[in-house]
Design a protein around this ligand. Structure first.
Ligand SMILES: Cc1cc2nc3c(=O)[nH]c(=O)nc-3n(C[C@H](O)[C@H](O)[C@H](O)COP(=O)(O)O)c2cc1C
Ligand code: SF4
Length: 670
């Protein structure tokens, strides 16, 4: 289909200093967990973005010098010529598709603790470095500032040698240049005090970078339009003064906000285009192009913001991860095929754990080089086998789509009245509505595949499967929450678990209405305990959340949600007992036990919801595994995140009749 002419404006070229972006689609810097350690993986990933139509594709943060290392998190680096050739691979892959390549030069200052290089971290003054690490920065003297500028300059020249078109001066987030810009800068020389003084380092870096590479490369500045902490993003006075001061110096302003849980907010807390209000003033104080973002998955939102003059370039990190082909799909009038980001922030957990990027919606993300997976292309079938999939949750649906695209005849049987499995159920919980996009994108794909059929309310048993006689059978029947409390803290059942007041998340998701007061025991530590507490409190019940961890939903620190979840739990009046386990469940209450002192207390409870661990529903598989060609996928194989379920379904489909390497199942970089 031709492009809807309404969207023509998104495909206009935009000049950025000496270079020209071929369109307005701009992949802002985002990490991949690959960085300097996995340059080929990185190049392939960025190349796919460019292939998908992003007119500009940037790297992740790229260290300019060993005094800024983020181990164990692998940033990109431009420390020496070896790094030049490694990053040139990324540039080449991006250029192959006519896109511009941008690099985000980075010095972490107090944001990097240098556990790898063992150099003293640097800061405007001596302040705590890292995140609760027992390290402080060395207060930078004038020589350190001169050195920093020299390193930045040398890195910019290396970036130019690698072929980059856009070179960033990175003045946002919690890194060195921002540490100079903020009012917390305690310097008493010309780099501290007044707004002009605090902005001096940034100004000098922009000018010197332009002088060094400005003939061939554009110089972009990543900058916060607000300086407030959480939920104080309206505090824009000083950033405004600074842009008024520096507005015409760079070739591009890449605008963020100070609160990262807002900038990169999950859909549970932050809607699409949330930054609009905070940064809409920027274009009124500079004539230079402005890029900003806001988990844009709707082409109409992109269009509106460009038309209204809020942004010139449509910035994107997560939407471009979930669907690297958004621009091409808009260009071809296939907007309905956009695989929309669900805002779960699983992609960020790679960044937070120092591991390669993963995406819930896009199982090929991070697998471009090491497995040769492409988000839009999949090899055609290797046989005429028919496939029966039992279970239409995220894993079964993904397998159906991928197998269907390969050309296999697929039949999917789902026991419930609707497809989607846990995604359908969990998206009813507060704030998780957008998660149903996992189901909806796949249903839309299935509707276009004549070789995939599905049957609802179809509980299939062993005999029916044998009778159906599909060549291949795959069981995707999910997992159920344990009722006996076995989990991480309790490696055996919790005494009293048979008490009738005990429920599991499956009961809540299935619509059982508990009596209050409710005790929720969360030994799972991801989102489900916290979100069920929020739901039941919203239903008007008295709720106490008990967890052996020291904070609510502790794993969500990796998805940048923990702070907001705990804030919400406390504001809703949910009682919180951290560092506490359940030693016994009784009729009418529980015995809670401090995990440090062993001291116990009784908590009243008409209902106890145990959120501990899950049991794969693999009976069907076990009953047939010795008789037919049958496999398990998703939570039925190993309970995990929705991302692992989708990946598992995709992997199954990719590997059918394919030659899978023996031993290590993917390429490794050495
Ligand atoms: C996985 C991931 C890694 C990120 N890494 C960086 C980074 O290295 N440097 C940076 O300036 N911003 C980084 N960001 C923030 C993004 O550039 C962007 O500001 C944010 O994700 C909001 O844009 P979006 O709504 O389009 O995702 C990262 C975001 C994600 C999702
Ligand atoms: S992991 Fe989640 S938030 Fe990240 S890009 Fe994928 S769908 Fe979006």
């Amino acid at each position: 289909m031709p492009r809807d002419p309404r969207f023509d404006i998104l495909f206009e070229p935009v000049s950025i200093g000496p270079v020209m972006a071929p369109n307005r689609f701009y992949q802002v810097p985002h990490c991949t967990g690959m960085g300097y350690r996995r340059p080929q993986s990185l190049a392939a990933l960025r190349g796919v973005k460019a292939e998908g139509g992003w007119g500009t594709v940037c790297t992740e943060y790229c260290s300019i010098h060993p005094s800024s290392d983020d181990e164990p998190f692998p940033s990109a680096s431009l420390w020496d010529d070896h790094d030049v050739s490694a990053l040139a691979m990324t540039v080449d892959r991006v250029h192959e598709h006519g896109a511009l390549a941008g690099v985000e030069l980075w010095h972490g200052g107090a944001g990097s603790k240098n556990f790898y290089s063992r150099e003293a971290p640097l800061g405007p003054s001596s302040i705590p470095a890292g995140v609760r690490d027992p390290v402080q920065t060395k207060a930078m003297d004038k020589r350190d500032i001169r050195n920093l500028k020299q390193w930045h300059l040398e890195a910019a020249i290396r970036a130019e040698q690698a072929g980059f078109d856009i070179i960033y001066v990175y003045a946002a987030h919690w890194y060195l240049i921002l540490q100079f810009l903020l009012p917390s800068n305690q310097r008493t020389d010309e780099y501290g005090g007044s707004v002009e003084n605090r902005a001096r380092l940034l100004k000098e870096l922009i000018i010197e970078t332009k002088e060094a590479v400005g003939d061939t490369c554009a110089v972009a500045v990543r900058f916060s339009a607000s300086i407030g902490g959480p939920d104080h993003d309206q505090d824009t006075a000083e950033p405004r003064e600074m842009i008024e001061l520096l507005g015409e110096l760079p070739d591009l302003w890449d605008i963020t906000v100070r609160d990262y849980t807002y900038e990169m907010g999950s859909s549970r807390f932050v809607p699409e285009a949330a930054l609009e209000e905070t940064m809409s003033w920027v274009k009124s104080v500079t004539t230079k192009p402005v890029v900003s973002f806001g988990r844009f998955t709707s082409p109409d939102t992109m269009l509106r913001l460009v038309r209204q003059g809020v942004i010139d370039l449509v910035g994107s990190a997560r939407p471009s991860i979930a669907d690297p082909f958004i621009p091409q799909k808009i260009d071809e009038g296939r907007e309905d095929e956009i695989r929309e980001c669900i805002g779960c922030n699983i992609c960020y957990t790679g960044d937070q754990t120092g591991t390669p990027i993963r995406c819930t919606q896009n199982p090929t993300m991070g697998e471009e080089w090491r497995k040769g997976w492409h988000p839009e292309h999949i090899p055609t079938k290797g046989s005429d086998s028919s496939v029966l999939i039992v279970g239409g949750g995220p894993s079964g649906l993904e397998a159906a789509v991928a197998l269907g695209k390969r050309g296999y005849a697929v039949t999917l049987a789902e026991a419930r009245r609707e497809l989607g499995g846990r995604v359908t159920l969990e998206s009813e919980l507060p704030g998780l509505r957008q998660w149903e996009r996992v189901r909806d994108w796949r249903l839309n794909q299935i509707s276009k595949l004549s070789n995939v059929e599905y049957y609802l309310e179809s509980v299939v048993d062993r005999e029916q499967i044998l009778e159906f006689a599909a060549v291949r059978v795959v069981v995707a029947t999910g997992a159920r929450w344990r009722r006996d409390g076995t989990g991480r803290w309790h490696d055996q059942e919790i005494p009293g678990w048979q008490t009738p007041s005990v429920m599991t998340p499956d009961d809540v998701l299935g619509g059982v209405v508990p009596d209050g007061p409710v005790v929720i025991y969360d030994d799972d530590h991801y989102y489900i305990g916290g979100v069920i507490a929020e739901k039941l409190r919203g239903d008007g019940l008295e709720v106490t959340l008990v967890t052996p961890a020291n904070e609510v939903s502790t794993w969500t620190t990796h998805t940048e949600e923990q702070h907001r979840i705990q804030e919400r739990i406390l504001n809703l009046g949910i009682h919180l007992k951290t560092g506490t386990s359940l030693s016994e469940i009784q009729s009418g209450g529980v015995i809670a036990e401090c995990i440090y002192t062993g001291r116990t207390e009784e908590l009243p409870a008409s209902t106890v919801v145990l959120v501990t661990s899950r049991v794969p529903q693999d009976d069907l598989y076990s009953s047939l595994r010795d008789e037919i060609d049958i496999e398990r996928i998703g939570d039925c194989l190993a309970p995990g995140t929705i991302a692992t379920a989708v990946y598992s379904g995709h992997k199954y489909a990719r590997e059918m009749d394919a030659v899978v390497p023996v031993g290590v199942p993917f390429l490794r970089e050495r």
